[in-house]
Design a protein around this ligand. Structure first.
Ligand code: 0A1
Ligand code: ZN
Length: 889
């Protein structure tokens, strides 16, 4: 299949392989960049101080895409066309001296850049601003360069632009001067003392406002923190500024990491392909993860801002000071940094809840990826398009691997190990092996067996079987592991699997744990490591059959298969001291109940145990953790349940899940739900502390369940809540219930009121689109069509695309998987149009087809034929073609 790049150049199907890695034959000692900025056309001057890094003379091949070459000079002398060779995406120069200066002048076109990679315009031509996105390979859209992460360089950057149109000029590093030029233009210069790879370069130019705050690092550096946004949004940056300071203190305390420049800039844009970007000294954020205030942001939204602020800030060490040798090592910075941001958020809020949320995300996003055609290891062995590997596997599973390593070596050795890693590799590009070596060395533990986790795709299944021997007072636990083949990896190896466990007596006591051969019991909770395909663990002094609580805290990213009687799970749900495993017991019960409901059983023990245990917890007025209760009251996500039945019919999965929720609502009872709602409503005062957020979380869940058993009363409450809501959490919770259960008039009225209030706020309008796109029902597709036709919809804005098409295809399963294939047709048509503008966003959206081969035969055939039609589209981008081809392979 012929594909094209972002600049339209046709490209062959080329795979990059980890095993082919070669260090660069050239180094760039320093780079000077001068930008003459304008929206339609920008001129970029670059001077590279080059040094040969190889003993034998090697041609220099620079990366570049979509660049109009104006001039090239070697050691000051202009090169004629015979002095170099320009290929599709490379500039080659031969016979260079071992050290030389190469100057280039190129023209690029920011306004025409709809792919949002390289230098582009955010917002309108009249009022918008210019910014860059260089990870993974955006810098080659700016100038000719060795655009690879292991080429680290010192940057000196000058920006020039019209002073009235672009009053603010920013680049990474410290500001070293500024002044006026002729014709109303001005300049500003920046120097970054820290060598960095090109993907961490950034600039911003335009009309922006600043929220500024001084900060003194633990090691005594005075830093200015500057948050930048357009004038109408700067008032929404206060929360992020506080979060940034919390993140900086946390990294000082937890990892001994200090900030290392005089200034730290963070800029908000509404036009961004991803969540945010950790450019050195100049982070750029999707506005969704920076702007927040109570009127427009939900409690979850606030937590997301804090988490992403932390994530990008933490990259300053895990990613920037120590970067990746090549893109296969992406999880070295991403998995590690997700682990760091998860730990930060847990420390700011609740450990158990954060763990529940993170595991739920892993199961919803990563497990299906690992089980489908796009499955790949945390460290992939090959790629055709690196931008398609910013995945839940690299990020979230990668974080689980770091978590296992941290648990394996213990907190003190982990800290010694990360200190060693940062000291040893500061200012250089590292590999996964380097991190494991530092952690292992600090702990005097050989961690190399854990490298297998990085190389192997697929989620291992861990089966547990146990039996009690009354005569010997022994309890035998047999663990076995199995990983199913994944594309390109037919044979799987055994992995080291840490299994944290406890054993409960029937009265809820935790039993002392003594393994056969040990003199004494070692506590009531311990970690067993399964290193072989199967192993038996024998516990002594166990009088009666205990209830095992396995994989506590989700100690390894596996699927645990352990048949347990509903009564035992109900006991764990009520008594397990590990908040995560308490929730997990409920999920286990709900999954068992789902299987029975899906199979058409009329009555089933798991459902009775689930609803009974939850009913008892719900009735306990002294159950103090409202947020945990809210989580306990939710069955697993639809994508998790889909994995339990194969092949699956999305309508049947949805119906069975609804039966579960209905049964739960009935068990809790309309009057108890109404009473709890009323009490929570009375307590609501718009506060933002943790207990207030927890109450709102529970209140939302109670309202949703109440609507299932007494719709008129719940709808009346929702209407009042919508009208009086002090903040977005309350308003949105009510709106969702009204859209699901209200009549047409109610739905129309609330949506109109919501739009009248928030129509000028793009992030809230994304929510307005998303809440409609997620509603199931026979007219769901008509709703999506109407949203696509709305004047406020545009394929040019990734957030809007994700709000409508992402929500529809990922969250509205019955609509996307309509039996007549109309959902597939709609998405394919939109993907074809989107791919012309923004290949990265199109490729991300196309992954909604993941799992198509596990659908029931009719839908499977329809999905396949639509995917094949998409694959046959002439001029498909490399990004989208890669996803479609791998999905069909
Ligand atoms: N490194 C960023 C994510 C990111 C990746 C790619 C991008 O453009 C293709 C943009 C951002 C992070 O982990 O936050
Ligand atoms: Zn990251």
């Amino acid at each position: 299949m012929l594909q094209r790049d972002a600049d339209g150049t046709p490209t062959p199907d080329l795979k990059i392989r980890l095993s082919d890695y070669q260090p660069s034959a050239w180094r760039i000692a320093s780079v000077e960049l001068v930008f003459d900025l304008d929206i339609a056309s920008t001129e970029v001057y670059a001077r590279l101080e080059l040094e040969s890094a190889s003993a034998t003379p090697t041609p220099l091949r620079l990366d570049g895409e979509g660049l109009e070459l104006i001039e090239l000079r070697l050691n000051g002398k202009r090169l004629g066309p015979l002095g170099y060779r320009v290929e599709a995406h490379a500039l080659e120069l031969s016979d260079l001296p071992a050290s030389c200066a190469l100057e280039s002048r190129v023209r690029i076109r920011p306004q025409a850049n709809t792919a949002l990679e390289g230098l582009y315009l955010s917002g309108s031509a009249e009022r918008g601003f210019l910014l860059t996105q260089c990870e993974a390979q955006g810098f080659r859209h700016i100038t000719w360069f060795l655009d690879r992460p292991d080429v680290l360089t010192r940057y000196s950057v000058e920006l020039r632009a019209d002073a009235a149109r672009f009053p603010v000029l920013l680049a990474g590093g410290n500001a070293v001067g500024s002044g006026m030029l002729a014709e109303g233009r001005h300049w500003a210069r920046f120097e970054d003392p820290h060598p960095k790879p090109s993907y961490l370069f950034a600039l911003v130019a335009g009309r922006l406002e600043c929220l500024s705050q001084p900060y003194i690092t633990a090691d005594g550096r005075a830093v200015t923190l500057n948050l930048w946004a357009e004038a109408d949004a700067i008032g929404q940056c206060h929360y992020a500024l506080g979060a940034l300071q919390r993140a900086m203190r946390w990294d000082e305390r937890s990892y001994g990491r200090n900030y290392d420049l005089d200034v730290f800039h963070v800029v908000a844009t509404h036009d961004f392909n991803m969540g945010a970007m950790e450019n050195k000294g100049l982070n750029i954020f999707n506005a969704k993860y920076l702007l927040a205030d109570a009127d427009t942001t939900t409690d979850e939204g606030f937590r997301a801002v804090e988490g992403v602020i932390g994530h990008e800030y933490f990259h300053n060490w895990s990613g920037n000071r120590v970067t990746c040798r090549d893109w296969f090592q992406l999880s070295l910075k991403e998995g590690f940094t997700v682990f760091r941001d998860q730990s930060f958020s847990a420390d700011m809020h609740s450990q158990a809840l954060k763990r529940i949320e993170d595991v739920a995300t892993l199961r919803r996003m990563q497990f299906p990826e690992d089980a489908g055609p796009l499955a790949h290891p945390v460290r992939p062995a090959e790629y055709a398009e690196i931008n398609n590997f910013y995945t839940a596997t690299v990020y979230e599973k990668g974080a689980e691997l770091i978590r296992m390593l941290a648990a394996r070596v213990g907190p003190q050795a982990f800290r010694r190990g990360t200190d060693l890693y940062f000291a040893r590799h500061d200012g250089s590009a590292a590999t996964v092996e380097d991190l494991l070596a530092a952690l292992g060395e600090a702990a005097a533990v050989d961690l190399t067996p854990y490298l297998a986790w990085y190389a192997q795709a697929g989620t291992p299944r861990l089966s547990a079987r146990c039996h009690h021997e009354p005569a010997t007072r022994r309890y035998v636990l047999r663990l076995a592991q199995h990983t199913a083949p994944t594309p390109g990896q037919a044979v799987k190896h055994t992995l080291p699997i840490p299994v944290k466990l406890a054993l409960f007596a029937r009265d809820g006591r935790m039993l002392p744990l003594r393994l056969a051969g040990e003199a004494d019991a070692v506590g009531v909770e311990r970690v067993l490591e399964l290193t072989d395909a199967a192993a038996e663990f024998v516990f002594e002094d166990i009088d009666e059959a205990p209830i095992p609580s396995l994989l506590r805290g989700f100690s390894a990213p596996v699927i645990l298969e352990c048949a347990m009687p509903p009564g035992d799970l109900a006991l764990l749900l009520q008594h397990d001291a590990d908040g995560f495993n308490r929730w997990e017991a409920g999920q286990h019960l709900a999954s068992d109940a789902f299987r029975a409901a899906h199979a058409g059983a009329a009555q089933y023990a798991a459902l009775a145990a689930w609803t009974g245990a939850l009913g008892a917890l719900f009735a306990q007025t002294d159950f103090s953790d409202a947020a945990l209760l809210a989580e306990l009251l939710a069955p697993p996500a639809i994508s998790e349940l889909e994995a339990l039945v194969e092949p699956h019919d999305p309508d049947a999965v949805d119906a069975a899940r609804r039966r579960l929720e209905q049964a739960l609502a009935q068990a809790l009872g309309a009057s108890a739900l109404a009473a709890r709602y009323t009490a929570l409503h009375a307590a609501e005062q718009g506060a933002h502390d943790a207990p207030a957020q927890a109450r709102r979380r529970l209140k939302r869940r109670v309202l949703e369940l109440w609507a299932l058993v007494d719709a008129p009363a719940a709808l009346a409450a929702a209407e009042a809540q919508f009208a009086q809501a002090a903040g977005m959490s309350e308003r949105l919770a009510a709106l969702r219930v009204l859209l699901r259960h209200g009549d047409a008039g109610m739905r129309h009225g609330t949506l109109t009121a919501f739009r009248a209030r928030h129509g000028q706020q793009p992030l809230v309008m994304d929510t307005w689109f998303a809440v409609q796109a997620e509603v199931a029902g026979v007219d769901a597709l008509d709703t999506v069509r109407a949203l696509l036709a709305d004047a406020a919809f545009t394929l040019r804005n990734p957030n809007r695309v994700r709000a409508v098409l992402g929500t529809f295809a990922r969250q509205n399963r019955t609509a996307f998987h309509r039996a007549d294939g109309a959902g597939y047709a709609l998405l394919v048509a939109q993907l074809q149009a989107l791919d012309q503008l923004n290949p990265q966003t199109a490729a991300a959206l196309a992954q909604a087809f993941n799992g198509w081969a596990r659908l029931e035969p009719k839908r499977r055939a329809l999905a396949e034929s639509h995917l094949r039609a998409l694959a046959a589209t002439p001029g498909l981008s490399r990004n989208l073609a890669d996803i479609v081809q791998r999905s069909l392979a």
